[in-house]
Design a protein around this ligand. Structure first.
Ligand code: HGY
Ligand code: MN
Ligand code: MN
Length: 441
């Protein structure tokens, strides 16, 4: 199946016909269908499918048995070499042998935000499978395993923590805390995993699997308007996090409660939304409140409780924290003025990620060698599993141009020609990192 055919076959799954937005939530039917689609595609290619202890999927293309694992690179020394499980720093700067063992992992995720776009996640997975096809068409074979990953619950749209699958794999979240996470219907992650055939007691850091990964290269649609050529390389991910705000007031009748007698949590909530915007502007950061639950949610009832979720990000960690602190103070102040109790809890945070310099340069070199000009290098405000993996293995990202600049919404887009340029770039990268030097080069 070509890239276009794979893309077309995945496209209808979880799509809202009215809006064109996607609803693919971890372990829900649409996302399970996407996972089944991936397993089917992997098996059609004879790749070995593995589901790890944390519900992440991997499709492996392994070197043929009997092939030598090590070789002397003449023009293109591998970043990865040695026995799987040997983990050393990459210190390959431009052609000399760097020491590292393990597989070259690529891939991304198949879950979506509510009403999300088609490209965020799936583009990386479909491109990875298409890149393997291209390598095979060209008679290339891996000298070390190439893996395609589908990480679970990257968006955190169901259980609240973004990159949950990769956080569990790397030990970035306590498994007991993860098991207790609840979705909007009160279902725990433990129960959702059990229903999906994953033993919730077995989740958590997986050193054996991590030890098999030599490096990770995630291809992703660019999520702003920062790229004016088809393909770019990521330099960094901005620090970002999520906080929950709770405003507890007093439920009462909308028609009989005098204004002065009310303890309406909606009022400090509204003040906090405005404060978030002002605070972000003051600190050169970003702050968004995009999700709110009002209890009980009656038109003719003063709410008893408002829960809201704040997403804050920015190029500078201190600025992000200063933004959030100011929002918290504003929430407390506004709550006090209305007889409401306010509380803010941090749900997740991710420090600034600077991608591995040597691997990033290696990617740029491989793409340029392929006849393309050297790709631009750019940071992003969007989070990715690559950002979590980066603390454990050399990690890099490729971005594919997004002409609308829209993401997490139906208008998210990448032109077919740019998608194919992304596949070609990823093919060159995988060839460079994982295959023996070709006789022609
Ligand atoms: O929320 C994010 O930045 C990402 O798209 N998961
Ligand atoms: Mn996303
Ligand atoms: Mn994504």
């Amino acid at each position: 199946m070509s890239f276009e055919q794979m893309w077309a076959s995945l496209l209808p799954i979880g799509r809202d016909a009215a809006t064109g937005g996607y609803h693919r939530y971890a372990w829900r039917p649409a996302e399970l269908e996407c996972r089944a689609w991936f397993v089917d595609q992997a098996r059609q290619r004879g790749l070995e499918v593995e589901q790890d202890r944390n519900g992440n999927l991997f499709a492996w293309w392994r070197p043929e048995r009997g092939r030598p694992r090590d070789h002397d690179g003449v023009r293109r020394a591998p970043v990865l070499e040695g026995d799987a499980g040997v983990r050393e720093q990459v210190h390959d700067h431009g052609g000399r042998r760097g020491g590292r063992g393990g597989a070259v992992l690529t891939g991304s995720h198949l879950d979506s935000v509510p009403g999300g776009g088609a490209f965020d996640g799936p583009l990386g997975v479909v491109s990875a499978l298409a890149a393997i096809d291209r390598l095979r068409e060209r008679g290339r074979t891996p000298a070390r395993p190439i893996g395609v990953a589908v990480f679970a619950e990257e968006e955190g749209a169901r259980f609240g923590i973004a990159c949950l699958g990769s956080r569990l794999l790397t030990g970035a979240i306590d498994p007991a805390r993860a098991r207790g996470l609840r979705d909007g219907d009160g279902v725990t992650l433990a129960d959702a995993l059990s229903a999906g055939g994953v033993d919730p007691e077995a989740i958590g850091r997986d050193d054996e699997l991590l030890g098999r990964i030599g490096c990770f290269v995630e291809l992703h649609v660019e999520q702003g308007r920062a790229l004016d050529v088809p393909v770019g390389v990521a330099s960094a991910i901005w620090p970002h996090g999520r906080w929950r705000l709770d405003f507890h007031g007093e439920g009462n009748h909308a028609g009989t409660t005098r204004l002065g007698d009310r303890r309406d949590p909606m009022l400090p909530f509204a003040a906090t939304v405005l404060a978030a915007r002002q605070s972000a502007e003051r600190h050169d950061a970003l702050a968004t409140i995009g999700k709110v639950h009002v209890t009980p949610g009656g038109v003719n009832a003063i709410p008893s409780h408002v829960a809201a979720w704040l997403d804050a990000r920015g190029p500078d960690e201190r600025a992000v924290l200063a933004t959030v602190e100011q929002i918290e103070r504003a929430a407390e102040k506004a709550a006090g003025e209305h007889g409401v109790m306010a509380a803010m809890t941090r749900e997740s945070d991710t420090e600034i990620v600077s991608f591995d310099r040597a691997l990033r340069d290696r990617l740029a070199g491989a793409i340029a060698r392929d006849g393309e000009r050297r790709p631009p290098v750019l940071p992003t405000g969007a989070g990715h599993d690559a950002g979590i993996l980066a603390a454990h293995v050399p990690t890099a990202m490729l971005f594919v141009r997004n002409p609308t600049g829209v993401s997490h919404a139906p208008a998210e887009h990448a032109e077919p020609a740019d998608c194919l340029a992304g596949v070609e770039a990823l093919t060159a990268v995988l060839d460079d990192l994982a295959c023996d030097p070709s006789p022609a080069t």
